[in-house]
Design a protein around this ligand. Structure first.
Ligand SMILES: [Zn+2]
Length: 263
């Protein structure tokens, strides 16, 4: 079915079940578009991908069969879906700065191979380099045939050999300083050189979560492959009955699988 950008659609939020009437062009990646829970296209797409990967079809959270045998974690996930998911799956949200803590660059070996799924939406662009460690550790946390539900802002969809843009490629010993409402990053490189960066990009407001890099699609696929994921699905198709619409192919979410046990 073709939809023109201004055509109103009816969708059911797959997080809170609310029936919404929305203009298609207002369904953007990160603006709230559910009139009840305030979820965005990206947040609903996480539920779409999780349910598709685990159960074979796109379900609302309220439709997920109670499955306490399916174990997963989120990395600083939005509470709007995290709390609801935990009623249907053995799901635990984790945080970098508060309990229950998880630093994906330094995982507990006892957790390796214990999870059916991991969700990290718009987290990996903030992780200090080398970000490859975070991809590898996520793969280690998963069981065979486990699934990693992943999103970050990214550029250059479909373009080969386009690397990520690391904003601070020699980051070593750094601090963020504020003066007159202006933020500046001071870095001392491993070789002892002092660097200053002024064009800082924060997500969630000035001085909050610093963007460390801008991924390209190719850099993500390469990181996934190098980390040992063997199958990546880019979810760029629309799921209009759940208000999920991707007119552009950049920054769309994806799922990556670990190898099945017998392969
Ligand atoms: Zn909702």
């Amino acid at each position: 079915m073709r939809h023109t950008p201004n055509a109103p659609i009816v969708f059911h939020c797959n997080i809170c079940d609310r029936e919404n009437h929305a203009d298609l062009h207002k369904l953007t990646r990160d603006d709230p578009s559910c009139s009840k829970c305030g979820s965005s296209v990206r947040l609903r797409s996480i539920v779409q991908i999780l349910t598709t990967e685990l159960f074979g079809c796109s379900l609302r959270i309220s439709e997920i069969p109670r499955s306490p045998e399916l174990v997963g974690i989120g990395m600083s996930c939005w509470n709007g879906y995290a709390d609801r998911l935990a009623r249907h799956l053995r799901f635990r949200n984790t945080f970098y700065h508060q309990e229950p803590r998880l630093d994906i660059t330094r995982i507990d070996p006892a957790m390796e191979g214990s999870l059916d799924f991991v969700i990290a939406t718009d987290v990996f662009e903030h992780i200090v380099l080398p970000v490859s460690t975070a991809f590898e550790n996520t793969r280690k946390l998963l069981k065979p045939d486990g699934v990693f539900i992943f999103s970050v802002p990214f550029t250059h969809p479909g373009v080969e050999s386009q690397p990520a843009l690391e904003h601070f490629p020699e980051l070593h010993n750094y601090s963020i300083q504020e003066a007159d409402g202006h933020f500046r990053l001071k870095n001392t490189t491993r070789a002892g050189e002092v660097q200053y960066f002024d064009d800082l990009v924060f997500h969630g407001g000035p001085g909050t979560t610093l963007e460390m890099r801008l991924f390209s699609e190719w850099s993500i696929l390469t990181e996934m492959e190098n980390a040992g994921f063997h199958d990546v699905t880019i979810y760029s198709g629309s799921d209009l009955r759940h208000g999920i619409y991707w007119p552009e192919k950049w920054s769309v979410p994806m799922a990556a699988r670990t190898r099945p046990r017998h392969v």
